[in-house]
Design a protein around this ligand. Structure first.
Ligand SMILES: [Zn+2]
Length: 254
């Protein structure tokens, strides 16, 4: 049977860049075709039908035609534009960060229905006005789970023993998370993570986001949890996410 010339899929736009006079290349995440690149021809011309619909993070229903280098977007319907998300700079910067995590960690054309749903849920939470930092932590936990690199926050990664609440520990992303002090290891101690910081990480692991979003937390504890997960994600990606620079800049200006 010949390969059909066109196909339909839902997709979110992870990133895009301009090509030539008027075209744009999109990196898309789809549930069943995974990550793929598609070209939107003539989209930067004012009269383009596709015009404003192919915005970053938007969920779209697309008709695509198979192409030689890139598939070609022939029709686009916006399912979720996330206008409220786009209205707030920190939410937008956070969505760029989450997009980068997805883009950098997925293979082209490898089905990713759960990651797709996860990314969509994060956009929905950002659009609904949940605190961006908490959405990001919540996402980092589920995203690393999805990659099979679950951050361990309850048990020692070496001896598998559940740590007591008042016990000393170390946070060692390279080993997968929590390490009890019985083992020789990197001299990083807790990597700046206090007991309260660890308690917050446990909450991200075990409690739903709506509950966490409503918690009153000291800024210092949130910063510790952020730093701990930043180290963890950096280990997973094997380098720092580029979009963090923009996110940090946005937050210093708020
Ligand atoms: Zn141990």
């Amino acid at each position: 049977m010949p390969v059909p010339r066109v196909y339909k899929t839902n997709a979110v736009v992870l990133s895009r860049f301009d090509l030539g006079e008027a075209d744009r290349v999109l990196t898309l995440l789809t549930p069943h075709d995974g990550k793929l690149k598609a070209i939107a021809k003539g989209v930067r011309r004012p009269q383009s039908r596709l015009g404003g619909s192919l915005e970053p993070f938007a969920e779209l229903h697309l008709v695509l035609a198979h192409g030689r280098t890139f598939d070609v977007v022939t029709q686009a319907t916006v399912l979720h534009a996330w206008l409220a998300l786009r209205d707030r700079l920190e939410s937008t910067a956070t969505a760029w960060y989450l997009s980068e995590l997805v883009e950098r960690s997925t293979e082209e054309r490898a089905p990713a229905p759960r990651l797709y749903d996860l990314f969509l849920a994060a956009c929905e939470h950002l659009d609904a006005g949940l605190p961006p930092g908490r959405v990001a932590r919540w996402f980092e936990f589920r995203f690393t789970d999805e990659l099979g690199l679950r951050p361990e926050v309850d048990r020692c990664v070496e001896c598998d023993r559940r740590l007591e609440a008042d016990e000393e520990f170390r946070w060692v992303p390279a080993l997968g998370g929590l390490l009890c002090i019985a083992h020789p290891g990197p001299n990083a101690e807790r990597a700046g993570l206090s007991r309260d910081g660890l308690r917050l990480l446990k909450a991200y692991r075990h409690v739903d986001l709506e509950t966490i979003a409503g918690l009153r937390l000291p800024a210092l504890v949130e910063a510790e949890a952020e730093q701990a997960m930043r180290l963890f994600v950096r280990h997973v990606l094997e380098r720092e996410a580029r979009s963090l620079e923009f996110l940090d800049e946005v937050r210093t200006r708020r």
